[in-house]
Write a protein that binds this ligand. Sequence first.
Ligand SMILES: Nc1ncnc2c1ncn2[C@@H]1O[C@H](COP(=O)(O)OP(=O)(O)OP(=O)(O)O)[C@@H](O)[C@H]1O
Length: 257
Amino acid sequence: MAKRIELIDLSCSYRDRVAVTDVTMTIEPKSVTAIIGPSGCGKSTVLRAINRLHETIPGAKVHGRVLLDGEDIYDPRIDVVTVRRTVGMVFQRPNPFPTMSIYDNVAAGLRLAGVRRADMDDLVEEALTAAHLWSEVKDRLRRPAGALSGGQQQRLCIARAIAVRPDVLLMDEPCSALDPISTLAIEDLIRELRNDYTVVIVTHNMQQASRVSDMTAFFTVEGPGQPGRLVEYADTSKLFSVPADRRTEDYITGRVG
Ligand SMILES: Nc1ncnc2c1ncn2[C@@H]1O[C@H](COP(=O)(O)OP(=O)(O)OP(=O)(O)O)[C@@H](O)[C@H]1O
């Protein structure tokens, strides 16, 4: 299930402007990797290059390579729909289909993936259970998803993403719209997801990075118009206690950023 991600000399641009460049890093399967850094350093852009979402923006380009277990997801022979099924994504704002039922939000992706009707109930329950939501919604599966709280909606989005059994789960600031209790619930869940997936999370919250991740990548941007760059990529405990680069230290101690 979980796959190794290799980013090799990755650069991403929007029209004429290079947003982030020279990114080379290997993300091991069954681990959680946090991407941190000041606003505009390219965190979300890098994340969106890992499931080929970046290229959906007109004029946006990717250079370099992104390998999943050695296979280049930008190889012209690769089907982009398969890439996006293999690499699931959870966004900053919970985005369930609000008028669709809780059940159908999870089932929709499974139907597209060709799952048989007879297996559907079990798979929906399995995904909602894995997302720590089943006990709260099992008696109201036919109610609209829009009636759930923000934290529940985000767990529903995680259930929807994992229902189709991706190999990689990308999360772009998944807790930034949530209250502290919902945030802790999602953090617990992220730690558990590492047992089955390769998880990459963008976060502005350094405590969150240190609570949930095994590895942390610190990106920065030198100034306006400059591309973002990867400065340091290390064990989370090491990066936050003995950073190798002065820029990492300045950022994590709050001197800049
Ligand atoms: N759709 C877009 N069109 C043009 N430029 C963009 C677009 N999205 C992002 N950028 C630019 O690319 C650079 C990197 O943006 P990105 O959103 O990846 O940074 P980030 O580190 O995730 O920032 P934040 O922490 O504020 O979300 C920024 O200079 C941003 O202005």
